[in-house]
Write a protein that binds this ligand. Structure first.
Ligand SMILES: [Zn+2]
Length: 311
């Protein structure tokens, strides 16, 4: 995805302290990719005498489990990472997401979407071709965008389940062109239209990844967001939401997704070996740093310059 070497420039003396976060979803145990991401954020905070926060992204109540949340704490402590406040749990902040949706609704950039996945698929198939997003997924074809106020009201009153989508076209009319800064690739024009009218509140959960992460980064005062490059394109939408809601824009660093010995990306979906399993096999934290190609964080603590390099 992103070209170029993967190293996070560490703050120079005199740079403002970085406030960073690691934000896993407790729907499984952490794997090596998480360790890589967590260490990068932790080191950026520590090297600049900033702050490092832990956020538990648990809006998806059906997939999240308490034992996985506990596993996150256990694995990070075992790795030697610490965090500067009690963990921030998204499920404790649902009112903030509702308030943000109200503000967006007052701006006229939300609409209810009653579509089922099957209807969306059928519409795309019938159209023959549909615009695709940066990850190759077909974009929502806008079926519910033109519904008039009366029909929306009638269907909502009839208890038809609905999601709330962002009308990206109307939103961009309000904000005009936007950019964001990635420490790896430079200034990036925010191309929110490339993701289409994303869902901001799901039918089953009254928020979404895009909305919750944008609100919480502002609420926690995050100044530098480090995360995998698979999330690079989502930043276009997050930048748009920041502009609509009057929130500050952090700098970003989207890092490589580390691969296992077969070259496959390490992710939950391909049954990556977990940190917990490695720990039970007798591996030490230093073995983990070596496996992900990063120096052991201990000697790096207290250094004020240099880079974290990974192959
Ligand atoms: Zn719809």
């Amino acid at each position: 995805m992103i070209k170029g070497s993967d190293f996070l420039p560490m703050p120079e003396p005199g740079d403002p302290p970085a406030v960073t976060r690691f934000a896993p979803t407790p729907s499984g145990y952490l794997h090596l990719g998480h360790a890589y991401s967590a260490l990068m954020a932790w080191e950026a905070a520590r090297a600049s005498k900033g702050r490092f926060y832990l956020r538990i992204e648990d809006i998806d109540v059906g997939r999240c489990r308490p034992e996985f949340e506990q596993g996150i704490y256990d694995d990070l402590r075992w790795l030697g990472l610490d965090w500067d406040a009690p963990p921030f749990r998204q499920s404790d902040h649902m009112q903030g997401y509702a308030d943000a949706l109200d503000r967006l609704d007052r701006l006229g950039v939300l609409y209810p979407c009653f579509c089922t996945r099957r209807q969306i698929r059928a519409e795309i198939a019938e159209a023959g071709r549909a615009p695709h997003g940066p990850s190759g997924e077909a974009l929502y074809p806008g079926i519910c965008r033109p519904l008039d106020v009366d029909e929306r009201r009638r269907r909502i009153l009839a208890n038809e389940p609905y999601a709330l989508r962002l009308d990206v076209g109307r939103a961009l009319d309000l904000t005009g062109p936007l950019t964001w800064r990635d420490l790896r690739v430079g200034d990036v024009p925010a191309d929110a239209a490339s993701l289409g009218d994303v869902v901001l509140a799901r039918k089953d959960v009254p928020t979404s990844y895009h909305l919750a992460v944008t609100i919480d980064d502002a609420l926690q005062g995050i100044t530098m967001i480090t995360r995998g490059e698979d999330l690079f394109h989502t930043t276009h939408i997050h930048r748009l939401l920041q502009a609509l809601l009057g929130l500050p824009t952090p700098v970003y660093y989207h890092h490589n997704l580390i691969a296992d010995s077969t070259g496959a990306r390490i992710a939950k979906r391909n049954r990556a070996v977990t940190l917990r399993t490695l720990r039970h096999m007798g591996k030490q934290p230093a073995d983990i740093w070596r496996l992900i190609g990063l120096p052991d964080p201990e000697p790096a603590t207290g250094s004020t310059s240099g880079t974290l390099a990974a192959g």
